[in-house]
Design a protein around this ligand. Structure first.
Ligand code: MGP
Length: 244
């Protein structure tokens, strides 16, 4: 199999991605060559096999070869640049909607522990921008986990595990989830899961309990903060409306 459609940096929009067995499925003179020995048909015999031809052409190669995710997700990267405003620092890196594409993106980019201070990764459902002002986020908040004295391996593992739980729809209230963010900071790295409605107590608490359970956090505390509060307060001054 060849993985086609990759641009030189290895990233692209998920919609453009295709696993194509042995090249372009429409190119039968080439495609049939790989069945060497089986001699299904070749060249001019193509029209003698109209039904087979039709079936083969109708196969959805993407779905046949890849495992679709429930949603399309977008990876964003924020790199600190003092000459820019916050929103201008956000870069939409790529989107993916299959397990295979997720892993090709995940292993292509640096792990969070290799990022410079004041860099962030965000993975959000497509069409939700990773900012408080987005319509889906504006009434929401985030469960936040401070990874202050954590080792590099632990930071990367937490990022990996929370990301997988999110895109794998492990949460009972996964419809409330907007995305996940990791902030690489001097004082403490922050891992957070953004949800869309800070008034949905049942969903928030359920998601919080599941974060603790799925990430095996034990006695490590997580706090839920409302975005509207984070817009006007900073750091420890942002009120935690729930703590687990
Ligand atoms: P931060 O990157 O979320 O946390 O916010 P950091 O750097 O640990 O700072 P602290 O305030 O939590 O201690 C840093 C700054 O980035 C904020 O004060 C805002 O100026 C800006 N910022 C962060 N976010 C998530 C947003 C956002 O969604 N929208 C806008 N407009 N600015 C944001």
């Amino acid at each position: 199999m060849v993985y086609t459609g990759y641009v030189s940096n290895g990233l692209q929009n998920a919609e453009e991605t295709a696993w194509v067995p042995y090249g372009d499925p429409n190119d039968w003179s080439h495609g049939l060559a790989v069945y060497d020995g089986l001699e299904l048909m070749s060249g001019n015999e193509e029209e003698l096999q109209p039904s087979l031809n039709r079936v083969m052409k109708n196969i959805d190669y993407d779905l046949a070869m890849k495992h679709p995710l429930e949603h399309t997700w977008t990876l964003w990267h924020l790199e600190n640049d003092r000459t820019k405003r916050w929103a201008e620092m956000l870069v939409d890196v790529t989107s993916f909607n299959t397990v295979e594409d997720f892993f090709s993106v995940y292993y292509f980019v640096k792990p969070p522990s290799d990022l410079k201070i004041f860099n962030d990764y965000m993975v959000f459902k497509k069409n939700i921008r990773p900012m408080w002002e987005d319509d889906t986020n504006k009434n929401g908040g985030r469960w936040i986990l401070l990874l202050d004295k954590a080792s590099r391996t632990y930071i990367d593992k937490m990022w990996h595990d929370l990301l997988l739980c999110m895109i794998g729809e492990c949460f009972q209230h996964s419809d409330e989830i907007c995305g996940v963010v990791i902030n690489v900071r001097n004082k403490a790295n922050k891992l957070s899961l953004w949800t869309k409605d800070s008034r949905n107590v049942e969903a928030i608490l359920s998601i919080g309990r599941q974060i603790k359970e799925l990430l095996h956090l034990g006695i490590m505390e997580i706090q839920y903060q409302v975005h509207k509060d984070a817009m006007v307060n900073h750091g420890p001054n942002v009120n935690a409306i729930y703590t687990l």
